[in-house]
Design a protein around this ligand. Structure first.
Ligand code: TYD
Length: 134
């Protein structure tokens, strides 16, 4: 699968809208972990690494930010700024988040428990991983 924006159900209501994520229905994996990124000072960057196994789904629950996804060949930038869609990132891709607006809140659903061994922090190692291990 490619990295892609996935639209989520949006139940519109004069009392306020509601959106939903069900594992293996709205997103193509089972959720083992949820974390969120918040209070990001202006100009800061998050990510800047790849995961060997972990798949992710990222939603801008509040505010906006960009996610750069790189497969070693092609770089794509996705702007997230609504709470009724998110970005699915398959395993094995480099990703970085930046351009966070004030008070932005990034919800990240992950297919794995935290595993420091799953990270690739070095870009040249990532290119090697794409070439030989994926
Ligand atoms: P990291 O994944 O590098 O953050 P980001 O990619 O958003 O910039 O994580 C930052 C630190 O938090 C790092 O020391 C690992 C730790 N961490 C956990 O202990 N558990 C987790 O589930 C996550 C996502 C991070």
């Amino acid at each position: 699968m490619n990295p892609q924006i996935i639209q989520l159900p949006k139940i519109e209501d004069p009392r306020g809208n509601l959106s939903i994520i069900e594992e293996e229905r709205n997103i193509p994996f089972k959720i083992e972990r949820t974390y969120w990124i918040y209070d990001v000072p202006g100009g800061q960057t998050r990510g800047g690494h790849a995961f060997k196994e972990q798949q992710e789904f990222i939603v801008a629950l509040s505010g906006s930010f960009n996610v750069l996804v790189d497969d070693g060949n092609k770089k794509q930038i996705f702007s997230l700024n609504r709470s009724y869609y998110g970005l699915f990132i398959p395993a094995g891709l480099w990703r970085q988040m930046d351009n966070f607006s004030t008070n932005s809140l990034a919800l990240v659903l992950s297919s794995t428990h935290f595993n420091a061994e799953d990270y690739i922090y070095d870009y040249s190692k990532f290119l090697n991983f794409r070439k030989y291990e994926k």
